[in-house]
Design a protein around this ligand. Structure first.
Ligand SMILES: C[S@@+](CC[C@H](N)C(=O)[O-])C[C@H]1O[C@@H](n2cnc3c(N)ncnc32)[C@H](O)[C@@H]1O
Length: 266
């Protein structure tokens, strides 16, 4: 991807997250979702108690907070969105957590002064919005000690019992145009990037039952709604999200939301 396009995408992404920190926080207080996903990613990475973790795309600190609270990890987080970081710093007063503004492609600049011997680098719900994801994972690997873990959790799939993509079905039922791509970096590309850094990569998934409420709340966060309706303004995106997921009521009993995870050791 051309560098000018990468920079343009990053500007849009950070702008979307700058507008999202309060929605994001309200969502997390209601669902404890990013914290739960982080613990699953930590388990996939084989993270031990007291580990030193680099949290790339740390948002306003939900992932860092749960790693410190549940696993006594020391976490250095970095994020492109200055507003997410500012909100995280105001909210979290934990000496084990440091949050910095920075780009995933150059973690070393953002975390100046830190020893580059982290036990793990995690991308919780972040890798798919990083256009230069493979380059970022190489840079993250250089921050790890030998044998350190690298892993990501990915954008959700909504699957029918037969494995059909229910996002596509919902868009068609509502006569909404399908977005060209819901993610900036595909799962396959992210996986190839991870394989470039790790000896062996393990893929797992966290499956949850379909929940209209959860999906509406998740995709009402400004930054998440942009992945479904990239051309529309936020008010219209927010109006369409409930319509989209209500259209899946016929499948609600048997559908599942699938979060794919992948991890390996460098
Ligand atoms: C869905 S949030 C996840 C936040 C956090 N990991 C958690 O679990 O709560 C994704 C975050 O990735 C950040 N992000 C996107 N692209 C980035 C980049 N190139 N460098 C650093 N952070 C980035 C966004 O600003 C956003 O805060």
């Amino acid at each position: 991807m051309d560098d000018a396009i990468i920079q343009k995408i990053k500007k849009i992404v950070s702008g979307n997250f700058d507008k999202s920190f309060d929605h994001y926080q309200a969502f997390e207080e209601r669902h404890h979702f990013f914290a739960d996903l982080t613990l699953r990613l930590a388990a996939a990475c084989g993270l031990e108690k007291g580990a030193r973790v680099l949290d790339i795309g740390c948002g306003n600190g939900a992932s860092a907070e749960v790693l410190s609270r549940e696993l006594a990890c020391r976490v250095v987080g970095l994020d492109l969105s200055a507003k997410m970081i500012e909100n995280g710093r105001q909210r979290i007063k934990d000496p084990r957590i440091r949050l910095e503004v920075g780009d995933a492609v150059d973690p070393q600049s953002a975390i100046a002064g830190e020893e580059l011997n982290f036990d793990a680098a995690l991308y919780n719900a972040a890798i798919f919005i990083i256009p230069d994801a493979a380059k970022s994972m190489l840079a993250a690997s250089a921050c790890l000690k030998p044998g350190g873990a690298l892993g990501f959790s990915f954008y959700p799939q909504i699957l029918s019992a037969a494995g059909e993509d229910l996002f596509a079905i919902a868009f068609d039922r509502c006569n909404f145009p399908r977005p060209k791509a819901q993610v900036i970096t595909s799962y396959e590309k992210a996986l190839a990037g991870l394989r470039q850094c790790c000896r062996k990569v393990t893929e797992t998934a966290w499956e949850r039952p379909f929940s209209e409420t959860f999906l509406i709340d998740f995709f009402s966060i400004p930054a998440q709604s942009a992945s479904l309706f990239p051309q529309l303004d936020y008010e219209e995106r927010r109006r369409r999200a409930p319509e989209l997921f209500t259209a899946l009521q016929p499948e609600a009993e048997s559908a599942r939301i699938v979060w794919r995870l992948a991890a390996g050791k460098v």
